[in-house]
Design a protein. Sequence first.
Lengths: 229, 229
Amino acid sequence: MGIQERKEREKEHRREEIITAAQKVFFEKGLQTATVDEIAEVAELSKGTIYLYYKSKEDLYLAVMLRGKDILAEMFESIVAGSEPVLLKLVKLGEAYQEFFKKHTKYFRMFRFFENPQFHTQVTPEMNELCSQSNQRVWKSVIDLLQEGIDRGLIKSELKAPEAAVMLWSSSTSLMYRIDAECDRWKNMMGIDLEDVLLKTRRLMFEAILTQKGLREYQMLLQSESLQS
Amino acid sequence: MGIQERKEREKEHRREEIITAAQKVFFEKGLQTATVDEIAEVAELSKGTIYLYYKSKEDLYLAVMLRGKDILAEMFESIVAGSEPVLLKLVKLGEAYQEFFKKHTKYFRMFRFFENPQFHTQVTPEMNELCSQSNQRVWKSVIDLLQEGIDRGLIKSELKAPEAAVMLWSSSTSLMYRIDAECDRWKNMMGIDLEDVLLKTRRLMFEAILTQKGLREYQMLLQSESLQS
DNA sequence: CGTAGTAACTGACCGTAAGTCATTTATTGA
DNA sequence: TCAATAAATGACTTACGGTCAGTTACTACG
């Protein structure tokens, strides 16, 4: 019965094609301005078919967003899988997040929507569940690494690993949204380069969660890094 | 010619009534779900009249948001106007922001929309300008105070005042959005109280921007505060 | 083959809501 | 009292998300 399987594959393929079309339109126009009719046209399908594969425009939006989350998760996981010292891995995680933001700004922008409580109600429970899982996958990398840092006495033990994770994450994320939205305004009106502020914030925040031992090790890492380059 | 003036007042009054009606509906339903028809009904006016006073639903939304911004600006300004030491004022600013978030969550939630670059395009330039001014007003309090801190050698001079401002602001804001959206999730899945994390982050971030001198003064302030309570 | 049965697809249609505008109503000043 | 102006109205247009009866394409079986 290879036919069933072929059909399954084709269906999956069509789902991907639809996401690709949706991505193109959403990237260009954003959730509000994009129309399902246009997505259908780009996908060379009728609107009805789109709705056969995705229950709502919002579901489709999140399906695109999930592609972005997957990219980020893979970046994180490949860093965590490496054999460098914990602190170096953590620094790299921060750098990777910023790199993701710069390279995949359009995906990054989509992440906001899932954070909007109002948005959740317009989405099928299944898609909500998928997004939730995807989120957890990303967080897991960060939290596991921080836990290792705590266990080794490098990160302040009065912090729980998820606490430290959400601290670091938040301080970066908010600045990135700001960079995305009003980078020029800050440059012109205040003479401030927000990307620079992001770097400084990352460093300050990171050092703030380290123990004395962690700080010493971090200093040493910085030196050996600067020797290399 | 008191009639002209009376008419002017009445027009302004009507604008306020419309905002009040809009606020009620937006607070209940959010931007997406709220309809202009419903706002008109609550305001006991026809839809056409609403559009006489505000060019679009989005403009109306921002007009409501501005009320929130004004509340926040006044809270900040009354702290800055006080005669306490700079560092204490800064701490109070942070506390005030969190208090605003807790008391006026609905307004706070609206702030997000103005940060969305996609949203700006759907709004009249005049309203954009109003929002921009309102934003500046809030930032001014914080930046001025930080500048004073820098001048007095309490805050690291390698930071410019607006840089420090956006650092502090961002690290709090992002956590507040998270608290608003998924506080329970974090409590249940990780056993983490995000409000607690917010407090810790505020403290860490604040200490991270202080000089040695600033830190000493801050410690002393904490002691005299704890004596009082 | 032919044909019954099923799965995939279509696009005309529906309901809703943003925004408009010709018309009506209220107010003013002579 | 009445013309002129300002304020308010709500029926109408347009646009878009979502649906579903009908069509097409494919499969399996006689």
